[in-house]
Design a protein around this ligand. Structure first.
Ligand code: ATP
Ligand code: MG
Length: 248
């Protein structure tokens, strides 16, 4: 894929997009996703893996909460990848990831993912460019392996501007409901915005065999619509069906 420049892509909704109309569309998609998920579960042939990446406060948690709010909890689960534990770092970087992939009939959401191993680790110079290249190749092979096993993958980058991020991080110090998310480390990470952007762009270029979707995420209502639409459209394309009784 040609080099993609994040600062050339708008993080805002298109000018003509109307908030209320989009919220209505999202509601309809949430209900349709529930219907499709039921069929996916019943048919038990395909799995769906949904990867969310983005800077701190880009709205990963909110996307998970909104888009899948109608889905039967039995058919879906979320895993949030944090700083690896000692046991995890004693293994190859995909060890903890592979264990979390969805089985047939299931939807799995990754809140952060194997991409942290070629992002935060590069920003903090825990790995060099050569290792990053090797890891990106391993990621492509891994994603192709999953795809060949009927695991369909969607990868979303939630795209916000540094200004929007500053506002959201400030809210975590001011609004009671958001204070639990406050992490003094976020302000320090935010200073490395340019490095993060560079390494994200590298991922988009080198790990695009399963393509990335860049989601304009400065407005949550638009982000939720874009993600819901992509999930819905993929499920529709997979087109799972309720099995019928075997004829004697
Ligand atoms: P928010 O976006 O709302 O701030 P979050 O995803 O940052 O939420 P936290 O619990 O604040 O959630 O942070 C998780 C941290 O774990 C992130 O800083 C992320 O970079 C880090 N992390 C995840 N995977 C790895 C990894 N493989 N190596 C190093 N750090 C990692
Ligand atoms: Mg954080």
């Amino acid at each position: 894929m040609a080099k993609l420049k994040l600062d050339k892509i708008s993080a805002d909704p298109p000018r003509e997009a109307e908030k209320e109309a989009y919220k209505e569309k999202t509601k309809a998609l949430q209900k349709a996703i529930d219907e499709w998920q039921n069929k996916l579960y019943a048919e038990h042939k395909h799995a769906l893996l949904i990867v969310f990446q983005g800077m701190d406060a880009s709205g990963k948690d909110g996307a998970v909460r909104s888009v899948f709010s109608e889905v039967n909890p039995q058919g879906i689960s979320v895993h949030s990848f944090k700083v690896p534990t000692e046991e995890e770092t004693d293994h190859d970087f995909l060890w903890r990831i592979h264990k979390q992939t969805p089985g047939k009939g299931m939807i799995k959401i990754f809140n952060r993912s194997h991409y942290e191993d070629v992002l935060v680790t590069r920003v903090h110079k825990l790995i060099n460019d050569k290792t990053a290249k090797e890891r990106m190749k391993a990621i492509n092979d891994f994603e192709n392996l999953l795809t060949a096993n009927n695991t369909h993958i969607l990868k979303f980058y939630l795209h916000i501007t540094p200004e929007e991020q500053s506002e959201r991080l400030a809210e975590r110090m001011e609004i009671k409901r958001k204070m639990w998310k406050y992490n003094p480390g976020d302000a320090i990470e935010a200073k490395s915005w340019k490095e993060y952007r560079k390494y994200y762009e590298d991922c988009f270029e080198h790990c695009n065999e399963v393509p990335w979707m860049i989601v304009p995420s400065n407005k949550n209502w638009y982000k939720e619509y874009v993600v819901a639409k992509a999930v819905h459209d993929l499920l529709k394309k997979i087109n799972p069906k309720y099995p019928s009784l075997e004829k004697e």
